[in-house]
Design a binder for this molecule. Sequence first.
Ligand SMILES: [Zn+2]
Length: 398
Amino acid sequence: MTAKEALKRNVQERVDSIKDKIVEIAKYLHQNPEIGYEEYKACELLTSKLEENGFELIRRVAGLPTAFKAVLRGKSERPKVAILAEYDALPGLGHACGHNLSAASAVGAGIALAKLMPEMNGTLLIFGTPAEEGVPDNAGGKVVMLDEFRGLDAAMIMHALDRTTVVCQSFNREALEIEFIGKAANAGNAESSSKGINALEAVMIFWHAVNSFRLLLKDDARVFGIITEGGVSPNIVPDRAVTRLQIRVEDVQYFQEVIEKVKNAAQGAALATGATGNIKKYANTYVNMINNLTLADTFAKNLTALGVPVEKLHRRGAATDMGNVSHVAPAIHPFIAIVPRGTPWHSIESAKASASPQAYETTIKTAKVFGMTAIDIFTDPDLAGKIKEEFAQATAQQ
Ligand SMILES: [Zn+2]
């Protein structure tokens, strides 16, 4: 057995020895769901576990109260390998995107690798990255933290899903809020209502306009949203109405075209009703994922070694702030199956599945694969070089 093989076996045994702790983390997060930028309990638990295991903790990274960076140095500074954790939940649904498993696998891998770092070259970093879901204002913690990821030799994150595929196809995403301001008046009285301007009608005309083009969009481009404010009382002409929407498009140029179409629809609705329309971005723009195939291949081989079948198919239509990370460092965003194929995501079913024995078993396996992949990079300068070379080529083309 080579030294590398021994280390890889060792990290698997270490993960097995802290199995219960990993499951406890995943369960605790599932039972205490917190939405983006409010993940205080999660952040407290994850940072304390890492600190207990010898990591140097930097809290409030990039001014975000629920972001963190945990650092453990080996025999040398490079290569720098990062495992990222997500831990935000969805409003009303809890952990229906399985981010509790993302955090548990990352921290589990960190703890298992901690004792091995003195034997290896490189630095291990575990990042706590809040607000991946486009829920709160300024969502997209990784975009806010982006400078932290520049210059890393590898960045990895786990995401649960209904299939296992290491290469992730994710789209550009814009999150917009459109506010229409009208004029209040008594809705039940013609003399009064004739002086009003109905902001809710502007929102509805806006969505009719969007509906008129969105079924004609090409390349799986999506526009979807909700009405967040539509007036305060039926007998008052709504003087303010607000809609929030997201736009997901793969091609960068077409992405800009679809954003323009949406803005035109808002202007048209404002003109038609006499309301004033204000458009703002409420979350950070997510960009497409550049998958580092050398890193993906290494990760996939380790999954296969543990008996997890890997699909070659790419998933279409995701959008993640890991995409932004992939433009500044070699990165992968593997999806790992925790439910049967076809189970709807962001649903009651996926929330339940994120606390299932199968999900926990998958999380433990992923912690092992993170550990094994990190060891591959720490112990093999050629591999680190190849990952870097591919990244340089891929970003030069962008
Ligand atoms: Zn997610």
